[in-house]
Design a protein around this ligand. Structure first.
Ligand code: DGL
Length: 282
């Protein structure tokens, strides 16, 4: 396929669930002409407390589905999948695959003045130390203080964005990082941008919040431009959403809060996609 034809293909985006729609919002803001195909693996959510092999397998299956849909580029909108499965995805697929860790790490290093950076995420993301490695590859002098926040995703999924229980949990997780004098905090989970205002209220003005969704979208712009893959169509791009389970009520909250106006959601099965079917190379 020529680069001109490939440019007209959609960007494939996936997450363990609905939270990756924060990345979709950020990409739509920067690239309104791009067609987007989003897969939320709601049937197998959460990824954040699973092991590497499982997360790799799920990610390979979904990236296979997205390439079969003709994706010109795949965005791993899930922090957990980016932290644990990105190297394996790069081994298997030849199209560009972007995760959220590298851009978040770059932004954190750029913002931090005192070189003390906090990272919050799921248990799997924090245990993988992927942010720590990425940040210290850029600047080995940065001290990274990480905190797993397993209770935040369920609170966000319940729409309890500024509930007193959420604020209490945020203090529980963040006060130790504040005491360690971090000046930058990476929101290392797809869901956390939905909590940005509440987190800002808890940590105060002195700590810069790095939103992995926004920074990842910036990297998508760079990769499309460098590869000559920008869609130049004179119309707004479409957004197609597929979920592996349709029962999650959080979808409606996310759609409303992020103002995506998703009209149709399809249900797709990814389980059972074999590796033989995945490496579709354009
Ligand atoms: N999408 C996941 C992440 O960004 C959070 C939800 C989950 O645990 O699957 O890490």
């Amino acid at each position: 396929m020529s680069n001109l034809n490939r440019a007209e293909q959609p960007i494939g985006i996936f997450d363990s669930g609905i939270g990756g729609l924060t990345v979709v919002r950020a990409i739509k803001d920067l690239l309104p002409k791009e067609d987007l195909f989003y897969l939320g693996d709601t049937a197998r959510l959460p990824y954040g407390n699973k092991d590497r092999l499982t997360i790799e397998r799920y990610s390979l299956e979904i990236a296979g589905l997205l390439t079969a849909e003709g994706a010109k580029l795949v965005v791993v909108a899930c922090n957990t999948a980016s932290a644990l499965a990105l190297p394996r995805l790069h081994e298997v697929f030849r199209i560009p695959i972007i995760g959220v860790i590298e851009s978040g790490a770059r932004a954190a290093v750029a913002h931090s003045r005192n070189r003390r950076v906090g990272v919050i995420g799921t248990r799997a993301t924090v245990a993988s130390r992927a942010y720590e490695r990425a940040i210290q590859t850029i600047d080995p002098a940065v001290t990274v203080l990480s905190q797993a926040c397993p209770l935040l995703v369920p609170l966000i999924e319940e729409g309890m964005f500024d509930h007193s229980v959420t604020i209490e949990m945020l203090h529980h997780y963040l006060d130790p990082l504040i005491a360690e004098r971090i000046d930058t905090l990476v929101l290392g989970c797809t869901h956390y941008p939905l909590l940005k205002k509440t987190i800002a209220g808890v940590v105060g003005d002195e700590i810069v919040l790095v939103d992995s969704a926004e920074n990842c979208a910036g990297q998508v712009v760079e990769v499309l431009r460098d590869g000559g893959l920008e869609n130049r169509a004179e119309r707004p791009g479409y957004l197609e959403v597929a979920l592996t389970d349709s029962s999650n009520p959080f979808f409606k909250t996310a759609d409303r809060v992020l103002e995506l106006n998703i009209s149709r959601v399809q249900t797709r099965i990814v389980q059972g996609v074999t590796l033989a079917a995945t490496p579709v190379v354009p």
